[in-house]
Ligand binder design. Structure first.
Ligand code: URA
Length: 409
């Protein structure tokens, strides 16, 4: 087999066989194919797409490149959740304890932030003492004991995806629906859950910019899941505006707690969490979404979900009382009267990153206490002098202009 022929075949819009995909991709993992050749093949895939069979084969090659997690020592149905990433997305912190409080097992590996999107592991790490590096045994024991564990990636899961993702990130080849489907699903299948819900974020602050792409991604994720006997459901949610009010690690933990304590029930954040949690409960218990929603609401109203959150944080060594947000706060006041037409998710994410909540370079340190809290929502009327948002500022003083986030008419 020859890598140049394989690249040319994809350039000519022809389907690659499993053997050809394996030759190119495993060859890259084993340093037998050069990164410029893999970049060229990836770009041909971005431009010409992949058939369903190619996408399924590539996912399988990613899965087989590393270990898979065996969750058979945990009794009952294990449910996982994944978000394609967005600004202010703290849904895992809310949904996982709700679902666990209803007896559904959550054994979850989460990721760190990428660019301006925050990662669940960074948010959990903002709680002093919280251990995000459980061993496989610790994780399984904890789930058997309290029904929930969330940790960073322990095993060598889908190492080929990791190497390919790093290359895609620097070669303009991230935005391909089949590549995104293979990348995410390989990690979800390798982490062992029986049922998976995927929150596909759509909008300017998300990887997926339009609804057609979201539908295609949803279709691919479901056919991949079915191949491995996993039930996959997807939700498509809005990421044109940040999810919730807080963007920044500790600030998001604080907001997650307030939702778990029954506040903000009219918010879009609550609505998304309710849908996600209800779908997870419905898949695990084999009951309708309506019945599941009642259980979820009851768990919040009775304080069960919040108690499960406290139990989970304490089991992993976290001390919520020591969680800090910056005391250097600055209210950003409106200089205009009018209506808020939009709050741009991408710009709020970049503002929060520029304050130090996310990394700009690999070796940057995250400042857990900084970020942005939105005081207004889209559609709100504002007067001159009203607070649009509050900045929680750390050492970084060269942050982006917060006014850029708001469109007021
Ligand atoms: N997240 C992933 O893990 N992979 C992608 O390709 C995109 C988002």
């Amino acid at each position: 087999m020859n890598i140049i022929e394989i690249i040319n075949k994809k350039k000519d819009k022809l389907e690659l066989s499993r053997e050809e995909l394996e030759y190119a991709f495993m060859g890259y993992l084993n340093d037998e194919i050069e990164s410029y050749q893999m970049s060229s093949l990836l770009m041909a895939i971005v431009l010409n797409g992949m058939t369903d069979e190619e996408t399924i084969n590539l996912t399988d090659i990613f899965i087989n490149s590393g270990d898979t997690l065996d969750l058979s020592n945990i009794e009952g149905i294990k449910v996982d959740k994944h978000s394609t990433g967005g600004i202010g997305d703290k849904t895992t912190l809310i949904v996982a304890p709700i679902v666990a409080s209803l007896g559904v097992k959550i054994c979850k590996m989460s990721g760190r932030g990428l660019g301006y999107t925050g990662g669940t592991i960074d948010k959990l790490e903002s709680i002093p003492g919280f251990n995000v590096s459980l061993t496989e045994e610790e994780m399984i024991n904890q789930v058997n004991r309290i029904g929930i564990a969330i940790t960073g990636q322990t095993k060598n899961l889908a190492p080929l995806d990791k190497k390919i993702y790093a290359l895609r990130d620097v070669t303009g080849t991230v935005e391909s629906i089949p590549l995104i489907a293979s990348s995410i699903m390989s990690k979800k299948i390798a982490s062992g859950a029986d049922k998976i819900i995927i929150d596909i974020k759509v909008g300017n602050g998300a990887l997926i910019k339009n609804i057609e792409d979201a539908h295609h991604l949803s279709y691919l994720m479901q056919i991949i899941g079915n191949r491995y006997g996993r039930e996959v459901r997807t939700l498509t949610t809005n990421m044109n505006t940040p999810l919730g009010k807080a963007v920044g690690n500790s600030l998001e933990v604080v907001e997650a707690i307030s939702i778990l304590r029954g506040k903000g029930k009219n918010s879009y954040l609550y609505k998304v969490c309710l849908e996600l949690a209800a779908n997870m409960v419905s898949m695990a218990k084999g009951i309708s979404i309506e019945e599941s929603k009642l259980l979820v609401e009851n768990s919040i109203d009775t304080g069960l979900a919040y108690s499960k959150f406290l139990e989970f944080v304490s089991a992993q060594g976290g001390n919520l009382l020591d969680t800090k947000v910056s005391s250097n706060v600055l209210a950003i006041k409106s200089t205009k009267k009018g209506t808020i037409k939009s709050i741009n998710a991408l710009k709020v994410g970049m503002l929060s990153q520029s304050l130090g909540a996310g990394k700009e370079k690999m070796d940057d340190q995250i400042d857990y206490g900084v970020g942005v809290v939105l005081n207004k929502q889209e559609g709100d009327e504002v007067w001159v002098g009203d607070t649009l948002c509050t900045l929680y500022i750390g050492d970084k003083k060269d942050y982006l202009d917060p006014y850029e986030c708001f469109e007021i008419e």
